[in-house]
Design a protein around this ligand. Structure first.
Ligand code: HEM
Length: 159
């Protein structure tokens, strides 16, 4: 077995090589870490993204909600997305809208104060598009069944 594994090095290697986008924002919501996965997913290099507001990738329509939640979590030190997944749209450098899912990890300093939030993000655009197509097809079929005087909507609808 090659030399002793240094845990700090392992942590760094995992962040550098995971296909997930790992984005850390400080208490003010300024991007402080942007891994290679984030470069690939969003199209901005780390040099372009670090130091910018997270608004770089948050679509305008979602900013108020995002910052409301973000600021509250920085104050309370509690997030519901440690285990639950937050599913939202995001913007890439080329202006493409993608669908992302992520968890939030709150990071603390040695005194226990929250220093910011790290998101581990997956691009679920392909799955989202497939589900959208299935939903559209279901709606189409339901309309046809209804037009034929078939069973009520509640029996055929998903969710
Ligand atoms: C890129 C697109 C993003 C969008 C559209 C977005 C949108 C949102 C929305 C709608 C909420 C409110 C959720 C709720 O009330 O249940 C929220 C909360 C939050 N977001 Fe974002 N967000 C994005 C990226 C990020 C990133 C990259 C981070 C962290 C690095 C982050 C950290 C948070 C935190 C900490 C909360 C509060 C969670 C809580 O209430 O427990 N967001 N965001």
């Amino acid at each position: 077995m090659p030399g002793k594994l240094d845990p700090d090095r392992l942590y760094r290697e995992i962040i550098d090589h995971t296909p997930l986008a790992v984005v850390f924002g400080d208490r003010e919501g300024i991007i402080r870490l942007w891994n290679a996965g984030a470069e690939t997913m969003f199209g901005y290099t780390a040099a372009e993204a670090v130091g910018q507001s997270m608004d770089l990738i948050v679509p305008e329509k979602h900013r108020a909600k995002h910052w409301e939640g973000y600021d509250r979590v920085m104050q309370t030190g509690v997030t519901k997305y440690g285990h639950q997944v937050l599913a939202v749209p995001a913007l890439t450098k080329s202006g493409r809208r993608i669908s992302i899912e992520f968890n939030v990890a709150l990071l603390h300093d040695e005194t226990g104060q929250v220093i910011g939030a790290a998101a581990t993000i997956s691009d679920v655009t392909a799955r989202w598009e497939r589900e959208k197509a299935v939903r559209a097809r279901m709606a189409e079929l339901e309309a046809k069944v209804k037009a034929l005087g078939g069973p009520a909507e509640a029996e055929t609808s998903v969710r």
